[in-house]
Design a protein around this ligand. Structure first.
Ligand SMILES: [Zn+2]
Length: 221
């Protein structure tokens, strides 16, 4: 799996981007939309399922901006239709969609998917409490931005970890391939990048003066 940047690195990068974006703009969040954003940041690697032997499909179809767009639209329409037909608030359908996405990603492993989903909802709720003073409504536009935006963040991460064979036609059908090999996936360089991102997340959360700040201050005294 030489060209597969690990899911936790993609998610950490997505959290960091979310932190930076909310820090400077103060945009309102919603726990379920944060969960969609983070799941979408790992979902393009679902292409590994199509090709377990040679990874010859990997980083093709699902690693293009066109995919991000279609994927975002599909998630948005699915959530809307499910909400419409079931007559429930969009939150219920979002949890169902998240479960399906994660279940597919982990090749149908129920236990792993449920554990991921539970962890994700906790992390997303925590991030909302930390970052946002007001909660956004779950509108179609917000669902689209969270899903298509998350998938785009995935591609950004892969762009810095692309060895020669793993460069991507981001603007497909335009033919040019993009990517640099700064991070070697699964190797020490990815681990270092992951640790640095996680440290940055905690430093930023501490500087914001929210829950993390209070915990650290309590420990200090
Ligand atoms: Zn990828």
């Amino acid at each position: 799996m030489g060209n597969v940047l690990q899911a936790h690195t993609h998610i950490a990068l997505a959290i960091l981007i979310l932190l930076a974006a909310t820090h400077y703009t103060g945009i309102p969040l919603h726990p379920l939309l944060v969960a969609v954003f983070l799941t979408s940041a790992m979902f393009p690697d679902v292409d590994i399922l199509l090709d377990t032997k040679e990874l010859s499909y990997h980083r093709r179809g699902t690693h293009t901006l066109l995919f991000c767009l279609i994927y975002g639209l599909a998630v948005t329409i699915f959530v809307r239709e499910l909400a419409y037909f079931s007559g429930v608030y969009a939150g219920g359908p979002i949890i169902i969609i998240l479960f399906i996405l994660v279940w597919v990603y982990y090749k149908g492993k129920l236990g792993k998917s449920l554990k991921y989903l539970a962890g994700l909802l906790v992390v997303s709720t925590f991030l909302c409490l930390e970052l946002s003073t007001k909660t956004i409504q779950i509108t179609s536009k917000a669902i689209f931005l969270a899903s298509a935006g998350g998938a785009t963040v995935h591609i950004l991460g892969d762009l810095v970890s692309a060895s020669e064979g793993a460069k991507m036609k981001v603007f497909w059908p335009a033919g040019k391939k993009y990517g640099v090999s700064i991070v070697k996936t699964g190797k020490t360089s990815e681990k270092i990048v992951y640790v640095v991102i996680v440290l940055l997340i905690f430093v930023l959360l501490y500087l914001r003066g929210g829950i993390v700040w209070r915990i650290v201050e309590t420990i200090k005294h």
